[in-house]
Design a protein around this ligand. Structure first.
Ligand SMILES: Nc1ncnc2c1ncn2[C@@H]1O[C@H](COP(=O)(O)OP(=O)(O)O)[C@@H](O)[C@H]1O
Ligand SMILES: [Mg+2]
Length: 256
């Protein structure tokens, strides 16, 4: 399964969620995070890993290989064991790598979608001019992270239809709210888009994921870890529902 995560800016916690979702995934499927943020990567510095071979090499390899193992071969193992393909820190290199992946990576991205392993793509901010939007077509699900405040919800309202156009299926796009503000059902209603989770503020867990706090025992019992695990279950359910809805013959749909 390929899960894309992005935002409309203002750093609502896309990278943190990508790490939490893959790191606390609720089944024993293998998981990997691919940091494909054209603004430049954070994960290499956060976790002080060498980050080689990383996203640039993966994007190059994707021209010749559609084997999901290629992604794992380009990942670094973080201190907790999570596999992450880190993006170059510089935006020039990072955006070039994302562009290359979008241009030449179709075979690999389709294979990742079909694979048992869970690949979480951190796309950062989904800017109109960046090639991240082109990657949405390959994702089984696209999660848009937003803080439920007036500025972010207004910006999202102006953008959600475009994001759905780029996605594989408009129904594949869902929201994840970060922190408190407007209630989830009001946001879902106003954006005509389901809200799959409301993530708690959790400085302890987020601090470990972003490397500002050292790893500690019991991380998987923190509020953010539990919310990420629950979101994992919801993602699995939603993906299953989308697959069966799309498998339904058109004539039956018309009858229903
Ligand atoms: N649920 C959360 N609780 C507390 N802090 C968070 C949470 N999510 C993210 N953060 C913090 O907010 C900052 C931005 O998060 P980040 O994941 O880098 O956002 P983005 O990838 O959208 O730019 C980081 O310092 C991170 O530790
Ligand atoms: Mg980020």
């Amino acid at each position: 399964m390929l899960i894309a995560i992005g935002s409309q800016g203002s750093s609502p916690g896309v990278s943190t969620l990508a790490l939490a979702l893959a790191g606390f995934w609720p089944t024993d499927a293998a998981t990997v995070v691919v940091e494909a943020d054209p603004a430049g990567g954070d994960m290499k510095s956060w976790q002080r890993v060498p980050g080689e071979p990383g996203l640039g090499a993966l994007a190059t390899a994707a021209r010749h290989s559609a084997d999901p193992a290629t992604v794992f071969a380009h990942a670094s193992a973080l201190p907790g064991g999570l596999n992450v393909v880190t993006a170059p820190e510089g935006p020039d290199q990072a955006s070039a790598a994302v562009q290359l992946l979008a241009r030449d990576g179709a075979g690999l991205l389709r294979a990742l979608s079909a694979d048992q392993a869970i690949t979480v793509l951190d796309l950062g901010r989904l800017d109109p001019a960046s090639s991240t939007l082109d990657l949405l077509a390959y994702a089984d699900l696209t999660l848009i992270v937003a803080r439920p405040n007036l500025a972010e919800i207004t910006r999202l309202a102006a953008r959600i239809a475009t994001i759905k156009q780029y996605a594989r299926d408009p129904e594949a796009v869902s929201l994840v709210l970060s922190g408190t503000g407007y209630p989830a059902d009001a946001v879902a209603e106003s954006q005509q888009t389901p809200v799959l989770a409301v993530l708690p503020r959790d400085e302890a867990c987020a601090g470990v994921l972003s490397g500002s706090l050292t790893m500690r025992r019991g991380l998987d019992r923190t509020r953010l870890a539990r919310a990420a695990r629950t979101l994992g279950h919801v993602v699995i359910q939603r993906q299953g529902a989308l697959v069966s809805a799309n498998a339904r013959p058109v004539s039956k749909e018309a009858d229903a």
